[in-house]
Structure formats: structure tokens, C-alpha cells
Design a protein around this ligand. Structure first.
Ligand code: MEV
Length: 345
């Protein structure tokens, strides 16, 4: 949709305000086990990907802008909410974004954008301690609040993964399988986040090209939870698969991990978040030699599948031939990162 808003001239700079720029970047995420179940407190396992989004913020303009355009709810819902929630000053913020995480693909584009924006705003606000350390627990909590206020539902899995980097386990009760990182709360809900070590898995993500909307899928599952005991059972089963996956992941046992991924896919189908375009990719790729397992990753209803394979090129080709877009993903890199503050040129 064309943006009807006028670009704001770069010369619209307010003299006399601090002319520092803060820059932060944050990665996308891949949910290995536990999407949707985590909203109800069942455990989940996720890792960051090597796709990243970078955000620059400064207070050198005379109005709130995003990439040179006046900020607008319809085009910049997460960014607008982030500024409203985090920036407690009157002076307007200019935001520049550079996204490396494909949108609505199930790989955490909105979390990466939110975490990077909140991180940059916290830095511009001088919230780091005397040694320059950032409060990651606070960043994870604020970023979750921004996502939740924007989407109206969901869990902190995406924002906490993007903040923490590496691999995490998360649950309504402490999963008890890693080292405690932080707790995240929302009204009367609470989640505990733990750091876990993950092996270097060879994963191909297949994007169906159908845009999956997280808020719609979360709301759909919520309706199922109210009406259908099979949905409640399937969510509990998904949580159990997260626990069963831990020894398989520790042993880097592709056969066991792949079987658990296939079971998770069936349970996600039962709760109603599959889509014909996703199922087509799963069916095609499961027939390819080298595939150990394939499942929806993220909210579903469109978006992507994750494939565990030791023949990534073959899996990628099959996904492409079936009409999807393959990405070879490396999991487990760094979480949020800040650049040193610099003066706006
Ligand atoms: C989306 O990436 C993961 C969901 O579980 C929603 C959430 O936890 O916020 C589907």
C-alpha cells in the first residue's frame, strides 16, 4: 500500500537538543518447540537466527518520524507503541530501521524490530549503568509489554529470545532445564526464562509466502481453548514435547529431534494453526532424503516451516519447487547488541 504521508525534510532539525544517535540491533527467532502452548504457560524452546534488524534513534528532528516519514499507527504500529511506552520525554524521536528479518514469516520480525527499538531508546535515554552495561531483564520486559500492547495477546517468547540470544527455554513455571535469566510478567501471568545450550542444528526455513498474523492465530487458539478439550490437550502435549526434546537436543540426536518436530506439527494442526500452503511444504520436504523432521514454526496460519535436515540444499530446492522461499538458518548467535553512541552528522 503506498504511504500517503509526506517525507519530512532532513533539515527539520531542532537546534540546542542533544545531537547523539543511539543504534541497536536485534535478531529474529526460531521456535523449535512450544509455540502457542507457551501462551498458556507450557514450556517452549527457541533460539535466535542470524537474521537481524537494526534501528537508529535520535532526537534531532522536530516531529516523530520513521525512515523520513511521519510516524503513523497503521504503518508503524510496533514503533509507535515502543515510543509511547518507553520514551517519557517531550522531544520527538527520529527512527531509522533496516530490517533483515522477513515480515510475517514466523521468524520474529516484529520482536527483532521491537527489541532493537526499545534498546536504542533506552540507550538514548542514558539508562545504562556507569560501566555502560544494559539492563537486559528490563529490556526484555519492556519489549514484551510493547508487543503485548500492540498485538493484544501472546507470550514473551519472541522478545526474550531476541534479547537473550543463543537458545532459551521458557515456561509459566521455571522449566528447570537451564540457567535462570529473568522472569517476565503481565497482569496475573508470569513466565520464567532460562538459558540453554543448543547444538548447531542444520535448519532450513521454508516461507510459504502466505502472511501469518500472530494476533489472529493467538485469538483463534484462545477460542479453541474455550470450546474444545482437544485443543487444550494438544497444547499440553506440545509442552510435553519441549521437555522430551531436551535430552534429544543435548545428544544432538537428529532422528529423535526430527520425530518430535513431526509430532509437534501434528499437534499444531490439531489446534488449528496449519495452512494448506504450510502443509504442502511439509509434505514435499518430508519426502526429501536428508530430512529428519518438519514443522510449522511461529504462529502459523501462513508464515514458515522449519526443517531439520543434513542435506540443506536438497530441502531448499524442494521448498522452492513447491512455491516457497527457503532460508538456510544458523541458530544460536548473539542477542541484542548496541553500537557506541555517536554524534548525528
Ligand atoms: C509466535 O512467534 C509465538 C506464539 O506462541 C505467540 C506468542 O507466544 O506470543 C504463537
Amino acid at each position: 500500500m503506498p504511504n500517503p504521508f509526506q517525507a519530512v525534510p532532513p533539515s527539520s532539525r531542532v537546534e540546542g537538543l542533544s545531537d547523539l544517535r543511539a543504534v541497536a540491533s536485534a535478531p529474529g527467532k526460531l521456535i523449535l518447540f512450544g509455540e502457542h502452548a507457551i501462551v498458556y504457560g507450557h514450556p517452549a524452546i527457541a533460539a535466535v537466527t542470524n537474521q537481524r534488524t537494526e534501528v537508529e534513534v535520535d532526537r534531532c528532528g522536530d516531529r516523530f518520524t520513521v525512515n523520513g516519514y511521519r510516524i503513523h499507527e497503521r504503518y508503524h504500529s510496533y514503533l509507535k507503541k515502543a515510543v509511547e511506552h518507553v520514551w517519557k520525554h517531550d522531544d520527538p524521536i527520529r527512527i531509522q530501521t533496516e530490517g533483515g528479518v522477513p515480515s510475517a514469516s514466523g521468524t520474529g520480525s516484529s520482536a527483532a524490530l521491537t527489541v532493537a527499538t526499545v534498546a536504542a531508546l533506552m540507550q538514548l535515554d542514558g539508562q545504562q549503568d556507569e560501566e555502560g552495561n544494559h539492563d537486559l531483564a528490563k529490556l526484555a520486559q519492556l519489549s514484551f509489554e510493547v508487543e503485548r500492547l500492540t498485538q493484544g495477546g501472546g507470550s514473551p517468547i519472541d522478545t526474550s529470545t531476541s534479547t537473550a540470544g543463543g537458545g532459551i527455554a521458557i515456561g509459566g513455571k521455571p522449566p528447570g532445564i537451564g540457567d535462570p535469566l529473568w522472569d517476565i510478567t503481565w497482569e496475573d501471568h508470569a513466565w520464567s526464562v532460562e538459558r540453554i545450550a543448543l547444538p548447531e542444528l542444520s535448519i532450513v526455513v521454508g516461507n510459504s509466502g502466505v502472511k501469518g498474523k500472530t494476533d489472529e492465530q493467538v485469538a483463534k487458539v484462545a477460542r479453541g481453548v474455550q470450546r474444545n478439550p482437544l485443543v487444550r490437550e494438544a497444547l499440553a502435549d506440545i509442552g510435553k514435547l519441549s521437555h522430551e526434546a531436551i535430552p534429544a537436543l543435548k545428544a544432538n540426536d537428529y532422528v529423535a529431534i526430527g520425530e518430535l518436530m513431526n509430532k509437534a506439527h501434528s499437534a499444531l494442526h490439531t489446534i488449528g494453526v496449519n495452512h494448506p500452503a504450510l502443509q504442502k511444504l511439509v509434505d514435499v520436504v518430508r519426502d526429501v532424503p536428508g530430512t529428519y523432521g518438519a514443522k510449522i514454526t511461529g504462529a502459523g496460519g501462513g508464515g514458515s516451516i522449519a526443517v531439520l535436515t543434513d542435506k540443506p540444499y536438497r530441502a531448499a530446492r524442494a521448498i522452492e519447487e513447491a512455491g516457497g522461499t527457503p532460508y538456510q538458518i544458523t541458530i544460536g548467535g548473539p542477542g541484542v547488541e548496541w553500537a557506541d553512541m555517536a554524534t548525528v552528522p
